[in-house]
Design a binder for this molecule. Structure first.
Ligand code: SF4
Length: 347
């Protein structure tokens, strides 16, 4: 009896990784998935904060993919190790702060380590030649295989026939003739394959698999580093960049203003780590102050926060300012007029 080979699949939650794993399962390979959590992932709880699409059931698409495939999924936290990938990418950044090529090298390298530790034979990804400008080009795909150390144990089932045969193909663990030759940005072949496999409710994210491909998010990250004078971050920092309006009226502090109920509730969870402002006499957002704010700064920030409350046209709005130690004070402020809020304050 031939030995059943084992592959570990990088599962992002998108269609391509779902299909790649399915193609392997169809060939009788034992597949388990890995999903890496960097802190910047679009997946996870953060997309459940806002009311938008509130009627749609929330789901983690990586878990959903694994469920569809009937495979185990290992979710691995790489938040700390990922800092070096983001801060010092050997191959640079894409259009925004996305270090896609270094990121892929890192993730495939981690998957290779995991495969060795767990007795797996090879690694699969949903990459397609020519699909993404940085990490999925004909000239960069070999870089990922080589620099990750996976070499010819890295198989891309969706475009394998456009690439040199890998070890699983050469050894006959998988049948190359039943792999695919997709290329380019056209998604129709993937959609047709999804239909063939009976997948119809797969995720269709507009951007990449993480916030680093997002222009606004990247601008907020760079602003944070500039303001602190150091390219460092903690989990709370990068979570908060996903939420609220970010307004920086002075280099040493910024406001994070909740845009709706869901965000206000989320920001509440940070009241013991940041100064917070809340309207008392009218409905309004919860606002956090990030930075070192003096009493004068808090007074000024309260005027801005009042602008986003239902008292924005009132002569005066009452704001409760809460310090990190729990001390509170009440401020009576005139909401700032739209003309006073400078466009360049919006991060
Ligand atoms: S989009 Fe984000 S997670 Fe995906 S490869 Fe690029 S940097 Fe990595």
């Amino acid at each position: 009896m031939t030995q059943q080979r084992k592959a570990v699949a990088l599962i992002s939650g998108g269609l391509d990784s779902l299909l790649a794993a399915k193609v392997m399962l169809e060939q009788g390979v034992h597949v388990e998935g890995i999903n890496f959590f960097t802190g910047f992932c679009v997946e996870g709880h953060t997309h459940a904060i806002r009311k938008k699409d509130k009627d749609k059931p929330k789901r983690n698409n990586a878990l959903w993919s694994a469920e569809q495939l009937g495979i185990k999924l290992h979710i691995i936290d790489i938040v700390e190790e990922y800092k070096d990938v983001l801060l010092n990418p050997k191959h640079g950044y894409g259009a925004n702060m996305n270090p896609c090529l270094d990121c892929k090298v890192f993730m495939v390298g981690k998957a290779k380590e995991w495969a060795e530790e767990n007795g797996f034979d090879f690694i699969i990804t949903g990459e397609v030649v020519g699909q993404r400008p940085m990490s999925q080009r004909k000239d960069t795909m070999p870089v990922i295989s080589r620099e990750s150390g996976a070499d010819d144990r890295l198989l891309r089932p969706l475009c394998a026939r456009n690439l040199p045969p890998t070890l699983p193909e050469k050894e006959g663990w998988v049948n190359r003739d039943e792999l695919y030759d997709f290329s380019g940005r056209n998604r129709k072949p993937q959609m047709a394959l999804a239909e063939k496999f009976g997948f119809d409710d797969y995720a269709k994210p507009a951007g990449g698999c993480c916030f680093l491909t997002d222009e606004n998010y990247s601008a907020k990250l760079v602003d944070l580093w500039d303001a602190r004078g150091s390219r460092e971050y903690e989990m709370d920092d990068i979570m908060l960049l996903k939420v609220g309006r970010h307004i920086r009226p002075a280099p040493h502090y910024k406001l994070i203003v909740g845009r709706e109920d869901g965000e206000n509730k989320f920001l509440q969870g940070y009241k013991n780590s940041y100064i917070s402002l809340k309207t008392v006499d009218v409905p309004g957002p919860l606002t956090l102050l990030d930075g070192v704010a003096t009493d004068l700064d808090i007074q000024y920030a309260a005027k801005i926060a009042a602008r986003f409350s239902q008292g924005k046209n009132a002569e005066s709005v009452t704001i409760e300012a809460r310090r990190i130690n729990g001390d509170t004070s009440t401020l009576e402020v005139k909401p700032m007029s739209p003309a006073e809020i400078q466009p360049e304050w919006y991060v």
